[in-house]
Each structure stands twice: as structure tokens, then as C-alpha cells.
Design a protein. Structure first.
Length: 81
């Protein structure tokens, strides 16, 4: 991950093929990069923000597509779009 706001953590993920070790990046809520936002504030940033690699909207759409392909139900994503 670019930056220092995320902590890498290994954990067990359950898949249809069984348990696997997975790497997740979890936000450090004490980081100055963390912001507590309302859904409307987050949506406005996602719609207009841009990082070093892509726009926030491109990242959000890519993440939403992959989550859907994996069959993961994400109420935050479905409530936002």
C-alpha cells in the first residue's frame, strides 16, 4: 500500500474451497489520514477524488466489481450506487 495509513494483517479467510491465509490492509484510525465521514461526504470524495494511481471512482468501481464477482454482499457499496 502507498502511504502509512494502513496496517497489513494476515488472517484466515473462508472460501468455497476451504480456509486460506489472506492479507488485508486495515486503516489505522489514529492516522492523520483517517477521517470519520458521513455517507454523503464519502460519496462526494469518491465521485471527485484522485490519487496517484487512479481516480477514487475507478478504484471504487473496480473494488465493487470484484466484490460482486466473489459473491460478497456489501451493503455500503450497494447503498452508495
Amino acid at each position: 500500500m502507498i502511504g502509512y495509513a494502513y496496517t497489513p494483517l494476515f488472517g484466515t479467510a473462508l472460501t468455497p474451497q476451504g480456509s486460506v491465509e489472506a492479507l488485508a490492509f486495515v486503516i489505522d484510525r489514529s492516522s492523520p489520514s483517517f477521517a470519520e465521514l458521513s455517507d454523503a461526504e464519502a460519496a462526494a470524495i469518491i465521485a471527485t477524488g484522485r490519487g496517484e494511481l487512479e481516480t477514487n471512482l475507478e478504484y471504487f468501481d473496480n473494488l465493487a466489481e470484484h466484490v460482486a464477482v466473489l459473491g460478497i454482499k456489501d451493503h455500503v457499496r450497494s447503498d452508495t450506487i
